[in-house]
Structures are given as C-alpha cells and as structure tokens.
Design a protein around this ligand. Sequence first.
Ligand code: GAL
Length: 415
Amino acid sequence: MNTKHTLITALLMLACGAASAGEVEVLHWWTSGGEARSVSLLKDKIQAQGNHWKDFAIAGGGGESAMTVLKTRAVSGNPPSAAQIKGHDIQEWGRLGFLTDLNDVASTDHWSQILPPVARQIMMYGDSYVAVPVNIHRVNWLWANPKVFAKVGVDVPTSLDEFFAAADKIQQAGYVPLAHGGQPWQNVTLFEAVALAVLGPEDYQRAFVELDMSVLGGDKMVAVFTQFRRMRDYVGASYRGRDWSTATAMVSSGEAAMQIMGDWAKGEFEADGKEPGQDYLCMAAPGTQGLFTYNIDSFAFFKLADAANSQAQKDLARAILDKEFQSSFNLSKGSIPIRMDMDLAEFDQCAKDSLVVFKQSSQSGGLVPSVSQGLATTSYVQAAIFDVVSNFFNAKTADPEQAVDRLARAVKSAM
Ligand code: GAL
C-alpha cells in the first residue's frame, strides 16, 4: 500500500463518517524473513483502514511458544483481539467461551460461498464463525536446489527409494542431502510426509484422524518408522534445534540439496530473491504425488469489551479475506489464497500446482490434514505424537516396533 493510497483511504473514511479508530492486537509467530514481510502487508492494510495495529509476535515456527504466551494472557482476562490459532485448537478455545461471533461479517461478505468446505468447518464453533482463514499451505513439499543435483549428476527423487539412492550420492559428493531442524514439529513434518507415502491417504486418515489403533499400532506403521529412521542418516551432524528457515537457507545457498517442508519455505526463497524453477524446485515429497497435506492458517477472534476495538476487530476479519490482500499476502507467504473464487495468473508455478492438487485431491480423497500443524487431531494427541516421534528420531538406537507400541499407548492415553 503506497502513501497516496493510504491517504485516499483515510480521507474516504472521514468523508463516510467512519467510526473512530480502534486498536487490533494480533498475536502470531510470523517472524522469519518471508513471514515478517507477509504479516507487514496485513499491518499496512489495517493502518490504511484507520485502525491501529499492535503487533504481538512470539518467535518459534509451529507456534508452540506463541500458544503458551496466549494462554497466560487469556487466563488473566486480557486476550489480544485476534490470535493465530489453527485447526482443532479453535474448537478448544471456543469451548472455553473465549471467542466472539463473526457471523455478521461472514454473511455480508459471503464467507460460506467463497471458502472451501474444509475451511468452513474448521472456522466455525457450533453455528458461529469464530475464526478467519488466511491461506492454504501445502505441507508435503520437497524443496530442491537444482544446481546441487546437476553437480552430483542425479535426478530429483520422486519416490522414497529414489530419495535414499540420491541422498547417498549427494552425501558422497560432500553436500548435506536433507536440510532439517530437529525441533519436535519439524520432526513430525518429516514423519508425516513419510507416513503419507508409506500408508497412502486412507490409512493416513485412519491413523491420525480417526485414531484407529489397528493402523496406528499396526505393521504398516512399523514400516513408516523404519523409513523415517533412515532419513536420520542424511540430515548432517548439527540438525538439532535448528530453525526451519535456517534449513531452507541451506538449500537456498547450495550447502544442502533438499528440504521437506511446507510452502512457507517458498516465502523464504522469495524473500531471498530466488526464482522457482531456476534457483529452487518445488516437487511433491517423495511418494506423495497428487496428494495434499493441508495446513490452513487462521486467526481466532476474542471477545472484547471496548466498542471501538470490537469494530476494528471486524475490520480486520474483513481485511483478511479481501481479494487484493489474499493475493499479495499469499504471493509473499508461499501459500495459496483461501478464497476459491480467485485467479492465480500472477502466481508462480508452485502455487498453481498447489491449487490444482488441492482441488483434485479434495475430490479423490487425497486431501489429508497435517499432524504437525494441528489440523489432524487435538493438541493432546498431537503432543503425544510429537514426543514419540522426536524421541525415536533422536535416539542412538531406535527400534521401530517399540516406537509403534509407544505411539499406540501414548495416543490412547491422550484421547
Ligand atoms: C506454521 C504456520 C505457517 C508457517 C510455519 C513456520 O505453523 O502455519 O504459516 O509460518 O508455522 O513458522
């Protein structure tokens, strides 16, 4: 938004006798280069409305630290206007009575017509919209540096077998095959990509959404852990605690060949001035072609006492789904718009592919929710999976059968 535009908007608001400006305090964890650039677009939009943006950023990919801080603030009776809350957590906050009803904005702006069914369901608590979706991130991506592949003389892998064969050669040539940060949510991002390849979408759904013990504790899950464990040999020595964006930078610079990560990684390549198809490639994670693990970012809206701030909160809800904002924000964030009535002509090939696979997989049953991003199951079950998967990945000697046993028991006690 340029200054002239901002000025015109402010004058228009004055002319229309708009209500006095309010403040929106927004909690989020968008602090990496690409993320910060994206969230500043929302801030600009809010300021252009004449409202005041109060930034409440808590660093940490996956949002674990942000959620801890949010709980303290909400319990002390001082919640922000909106907070980045996703998936099942929205229901948990709704049940506790913290969230406000956005149905008036939703009905004037036709949310039920423009949002895909999968998003509508997540954003509603009972019959009320209590949250607003921002985007659709695809999580099962493989990001690759084509120059590294050319130097080593191998093709970018499309199956798990090809992945391990290529990774051996890349390692021998002195590159890190797989850039990875050993934080629990990143370990599970890798794990769920392997699980989708090995299980297929039906059994993935049975295991992580329906929590069907015959799959969760069965032989196929032993195969998942066995393949997942093999990935450990290719992540290099100092992977523990590394931020996801640092891992992306390793691919960007050519220190590493690949990363398996959601398309917020594309936001980092973009912020780094890199060109898709030339400096980096976006491919489906090995063995998951045509399948789509979804992560939908959203803001849940809290009940507020102040009238001006409540009005500003509605302005924020409206701004998030504005077409122009959906376009600029998602171009920068690496995701695709959540509105299904938009043209992606100005987006890159990765985004166009993402939309095609999203639509096709919604019909074919290949659209599955991300475990690592809290879309598949409750935060309690998710925490149990994080624990078992991370302990297994980090252990010196790890036995897949024992891990499956632990997984089944941990999930059962968290249900
Ligand atoms: C996810 C979030 C994404 C991305 C990522 C890394 O939880 O949904 O938008 O920012 O964390 O911070």
